[in-house]
Design a protein around this ligand. Structure first.
Ligand SMILES: Nc1ncnc2c1ncn2[C@@H]1O[C@H](COP(=O)(O)OP(=O)(O)OP(=O)(O)O)[C@@H](O)[C@H]1O
Length: 264
């Protein structure tokens, strides 16, 4: 049995089928990048993995246990829009995530627990390269720094699975390159299993060990909601497999040209 098992998962909103017949297995430590046309259900899929959305059919299991339909510390998420608290410093933002995870009702830690949490928060801030900005507020940080902070907030809870929903979509290309390196470092260092949505195919090829393409393989022009997207490509990528990456890149570009509605 694989670490993550996705069996015949469907997601429907009233009469709209968003995703259908999603079947896949993911091993621990894989880095899955996800691309697909806007609105095809990528975020919905990530939310199902997070536990904030539930599938309408099928099942998802993690480490042999059915996925619970509520977020827990096994899974952390980073969104495209910065999700940090504006009135708290970098250290306070990360500390709050730690405290909330350990003491969800009080959101306060005391004594040794508080001291340990502060040490861990500083270490995590260092791991994401923000040590020099410990006491800065989010409005004093660049976009890239804010995303570093959001990643630190997610990782301080020690998740085994990190979900990234277009985390670098709003960043300049130069900053994105730094962030790519950071994510690759953190992935190795914390032995994470990562799912990352991106609109940037090159990013998907470069960062992942596997690239999934979500697309509809059946379309009814009279009833756009009649069919959902599936995983139409599932290929090994990354620097180890540059040839496959090139072939697939061409193929997806051709699909986009022949079917402009599905172009990014
Ligand atoms: N809570 C909801 N109720 C009804 N429909 C929803 C809901 N959430 C998402 N949808 C619909 O599900 C479809 C998939 O949305 P989703 O956000 O998952 O797509 P996406 O592939 O992530 O898009 P994008 O790349 O633009 O972010 C869309 O048609 C959207 O309108």
């Amino acid at each position: 049995m694989s670490y993550i098992e996705i069996n015949n998962v469907w997601k429907e909103y009233s009469d709209q089928i968003v995703l259908e017949r999603i079947n896949n297995q993911v091993e621990e430590g894989e880095f899955i990048t996800i691309v697909g046309a806007s609105g095809c259900g990528k975020t919905t899929f990530l939310n199902m993995l997070l536990g904030t959305e539930s599938q309408t059919r099928g099942s998802i299991s993690i480490a042999g246990k059915p996925l619970r339909n509520e977020p827990d510390q096994e899974r952390g998420i980073v969104f495209q829009r910065y999700s940090v608290f504006p009135h708290l410093t970098v250290l306070q933002n990360v500390l709050l995530s730690r405290e909330f995870e350990q003491s969800p009702l009080l959101s306060r830690l005391f004594g040794d627990a508080k001291h340990k949490a502060a040490t861990e928060a500083r270490e995590m801030i260092e791991a994401v390269g923000l040590s020099a900005a410990l006491d800065k507020y989010p409005h004093e940080l660049s976009g890239g720094m804010q995303q570093r902070l959001a990643i630190a907030q997610a990782l301080i809870k020690k998740p085994r699975i990190l979900l990234l929903d277009e985390p670098f979509g709003a960043l300049d290309p130069g900053i994105r390159a730094d962030m790519h390196q950071l994510v690759l470092d953190l992935w190795q260092r914390y032995k994470l299993t990562i799912f990352m949505i991106t609109h940037d195919l090159k990013e998907g090829f470069y960062l992942g060990t596997r690239l999934w393409v979500f697309d509809k393989d059946r379309i009814d022009p009279q009833a756009p909601g009649a069919f959902g997207a599936r995983i139409t490509y599932d290929v090994p990528v990354g620097s180890v497999n540059a040839d496959i990456s090139k072939t697939l890149e061409k193929s997806i570009q051709q699909t986009a040209i022949s079917n402009p509605e599905h172009a990014e």
